[in-house]
Ligand binder design. Structure first.
Ligand code: SF4
Length: 347
């Protein structure tokens, strides 16, 4: 075997399809790269060595931290619980406003260390975490590692969360979904042009399809749209996202609209104006969504959860902190309305 990485960093890739000419098709993400021998896939994390595809980032950790699940953001799954967040390198998108561009685009030197899936789970347990979030970079890119980690985590009674851009294939999702609890997906735009601008991909229908599949497989789904001025915050796209969530995922699905902080190749833009946030909230209301949240805007009243029936304040949040949680047995204590999601560890 060709040795271009330490042996521990290189495992045979799942979902590969060997082709007659020695190239290999990777079916982990919707790019479905055909990788010639000796070359890497579009994301640079998968190498075709002599007709076999290898993942080069198995266990290669670039970032890890312990945070409340609100940071992802996820608001309707064990609010206030602490999760172990871990990420690797690379991405299958090229978002000009990327918030993690050093690790996602491997821009410059990024130090990494090796962590086995078993050690990852052990660390999460030792730190008293409720679960593990694969986040910071696109988790699909180190799919084999996330699958092994999720399997072990579930066996040990931890919860699991994929923080994803949704470009995973249906077959990859089918493999990992039985070991996942939460699917926190970005829907970045609602037109080919919008997706091209914010992520450098144009085919976004597959993202919607796979998200619907995640929902139908019983995962807890929350959707995030980062509002980038002039790129994805026009009324047509906001209404499109809101209506799709309501119709295909359900009106109870939380939708987080978040303020864009100018970054990377979009540092020249202004942060999201309040008028865009208001239009997104109106789009959510127009589509019948019952839980639309505003993120990255400390003190905004729409960080908190109110009962969709009687309007009572149920969870009062400030940034990632929970100041008050009045939910009792998954319901509003005032009117008994059930709040969608999971609010206790035992179901
Ligand atoms: S995971 Fe990487 S190699 Fe595989 S299809 Fe996606 S971009 Fe291509």
């Amino acid at each position: 075997m060709e040795q271009i990485e330490a042996p521990q960093d290189r495992v045979e890739a799942l979902l590969q399809e060997q082709l007659d000419d020695g190239s290999v098709r990777c079916n982990v993400c919707q790019r479905r790269c055909v990788v010639p021998a000796g070359r890497r896939g579009w994301c640079m994390t998968r190498l075709n060595s002599k007709g076999t595809l290898y993942s080069l980032t198995y266990g290669k950790v670039s970032s890890a931290s312990i945070n409340p699940i609100e940071k992802k953001p996820v608001y309707h799954f064990l609010p206030g619980s602490t999760w172990f967040s871990v990420g690797s390198l690379g991405c299958n998108f090229r978002c000009p406003g990327c918030q993690n561009f050093e690790i996602a685009h491997m821009a410059g030197f990024v130090s990494t260390y090796h962590l086995t899936p078993r050690d990852l789970v052990g660390l999460a347990e030792n730190q008293g975490c409720s679960g593990i979030s694969w986040t910071f970079n696109e988790p699909t890119l180190w799919f084999e590692y996330t699958l092994d980690g999720a399997r072990i985590a579930k066996k040990r009674g931890l919860f699991t969360n994929y923080v994803t851009n949704g470009y995973i294939t249906e077959e990859a999702l089918s493999l990992i979904a039985p070991h996942l609890d939460v699917y926190r997906v970005d829907v970045k735009a609602f037109s080919e042009e919008g997706y091209r601008k914010v992520a450098n991909v144009s085919d976004f229908q597959g993202i919607l399809r796979v998200t619907e599949k995640a929902r139908s497989m019983g995962l807890h789904v929350e959707v995030v749209t980062n509002l980038i001025p002039g790129m994805n915050d026009d009324d047509g796209q906001l209404a499109g996202i809101a209506s799709w969530i309501a119709e295909r995922l359900g009106e109870d699905t939380p939708w987080h609209v978040t303020i864009f902080h100018p970054q990377y190749k979009l540092s020249h833009l202004e942060p999201t104006p309040a008028s865009s946030v208001d239009r997104a909230l109106a789009a959510g209301q127009g589509a019948g969504l019952r839980y639309v949240y505003v993120g990255n805007d400390p003190g905004h009243p729409r960080q908190s959860t109110c009962c969709a029936n009687c309007g009572a304040l149920l969870i009062e949040r400030y940034v990632m902190e929970i100041h008050k949680n009045r939910i009792v047995d998954g319901a509003c204590p005032d009117c008994g309305e059930v709040v969608p999601g999971r609010f206790t560890t035992n179901g």
